[in-house]
Write a protein that binds this ligand. Structure first.
Ligand code: HAM
Length: 417
């Protein structure tokens, strides 16, 4: 039985073949995301992977609606696997906003599903680090969120040489569109043309813009002028005060494909331009009001960072080579008659919080030692005749010590810290 196209199996390291996905690398990403989000005071939330279809057809825009995994459930409900987290978050925040102090700073690591054409950087399922700030409209919130995005990439070993946040404003484009006196009902169509600017030929883009009463030349003028709005300038100043200027650049080519964005928008790209967007996000100040039928009205902004492009980039830079976390200590059982006492020792080590491995069934001593080396343990431990005496070998420092079990545990714990 084969798995479905665009879906992944995750295997522990070492990987049998290079094209497989590593569960150790995935854990490394998730742990890093959680750690950095925690540093910024973001709290973790989650929602259901299956939602009413309507949640996504209301305001995400035609692009994502065309990629939905949707069906009728056995209760005749129209449902969809979540293609993104933002509508779920908007629903959750609207339902209980009174119980939380503003601004609400929340993050999640959902698995998302989009029926896309499978290609480099695009699969039919991916994990996405989502971080959002709700209830604060000032550019200081935008800067805080972008700083979190930058720091979560830096914590994975990437530098200003590797990536850049391209900062833009949908509001600026809204003003441009309004001032051109173009058809107001076709605004989203215009945003989508700008969104695809870098992927389409100039002739094709120009034809589409002319159909809207605009031209590529006029659009290129806005991009080339590259003047920050007041809101964007305050974000840039705030990031400069944090010493993060090298990681951002104003770039009006970014406008974002999703329909609900209202103000600041941004995307993270690798600087060599080899990969698709690592992350994308922006302000969506009307979505909560819309999805809650007017019951709640809060400004919000956030970003989503997918694991697929990020893993490709980190692999390319050699930043995922040591993500496997094996056991710390291997208990050698040299005499089968010592097995019951050895099991007691293994239990003691594990009770002390240490990751410990041993041979489940009889095995020659040299084979056990070889297995310990393969696992990359730092220590081997074995009983040393007298009750509670053990021989501890530090494979890194190449040192043997005969100790009491409790002392050996302390030595290992010190080395783990
Ligand atoms: P998005 O731009 O659709 O935004 O996705 C964010 C990131 O998820 C992309 O930059 C990409 O890295 C990854 N991604 C998206 N689709 C796929 C796919 N089919 N395969 C692999 N990776 C993918 C959103 O989803 C917004 N809801 C983000 C957001 C949160 N905005 C505000 N808050």
């Amino acid at each position: 039985m084969e798995r479905l196209p665009g879906f992944r199996d995750f295997y522990p390291e070492p990987l049998p073949t290079r094209d497989l996905w590593s569960s150790d690398a995935r854990r490394h990403l998730f742990e890093t995301w959680r750690r950095v989000a925690g540093r910024y005071g973001f709290r973790e939330y989650d929602g259901p992977p299956l939602e009413p279809l309507e949640l996504f057809t209301t305001k995400s825009g035609s692009e994502i609606v065309g990629q939905l995994y949707n069906f009728k459930d056995k209760g005749d409900r129209e449902v969809a696997l979540r293609p993104e987290m933002t509508p779920t978050l908007a629903r959750m925040a609207a339902a209980h906003e009174r119980n939380y102090r503003k601004p609400i700073k929340w993050f999640a690591i959902p698995q998302l599903f989009r029926y896309e054409r499978q290609q480099k950087g695009r699969l039919r399922e991916h994990f996405q680090f989502n971080a959002d700030i709700i209830g604060e409209s000032s550019p200081e919130a935008d800067a805080e969120l972008i700083a979190l995005l930058i720091d979560s990439l830096r914590a994975l070993g990437l530098t200003a040489e590797d990536f850049r946040i391209r900062l833009s404003s949908r509001e600026a484009w809204q003003h441009f569109y309004a001032s051109a006196h173009a058809d107001p009902t076709r605004e989203y169509e215009f945003f989508q043309v700008v969104d695809k600017l870098e992927r389409e030929t100039p002739e094709h883009t120009d034809a589409k813009l002319r159909a809207l009463g605009l031209s590529l030349e006029r659009v290129q003028e806005v991009i080339a002028a590259s003047r920050p709005t007041d809101h964007l300038q305050r974000i840039l100043d705030n990031l400069a005060a944090r010493g993060l200027t090298d990681f951002v650049a104003l770039d009006y080519r970014v406008i974002r494909g999703l329909a609900y964005y209202t103000g600041t928008v941004f995307e993270a790209f690798d600087r060599k331009g080899e990969f698709r967007a690592i992350a994308g996000g922006g302000r969506y100040d009307n979505l909560i009001k819309l999805l809650s039928g007017g019951k709640s009205d809060m400004p919000a902004l956030g970003f989503g960072m997918g694991d697929v492009v990020l893993t490709e980039l980190l692999n390319k830079r050699g930043l995922l080579s040591e993500t496997a976390v094996g056991p710390m200590v291997y208990c050698l059982i040299e005499e089968e008659s010592w097995r019951p006492a050895s099991l007691g020792l293994v239990q003691k080590l594990r009770d002390a919080g240490l990751a410990c491995e041993f041979a489940l069934t009889p095995m020659k001593s040299d084979k056990q030692f070889k297995r310990a080396q393969e696992l990359g343990v730092r220590f081997t431990i074995r009983l040393e005749g007298a009750p509670d005496r053990v021989k501890l070998r530090d494979l890194k420092e190449r040192r043997d010590e005969t100790l009491e079990a409790g002392q050996a545990i302390e030595v290992i714990q010190r080395a783990t810290r």
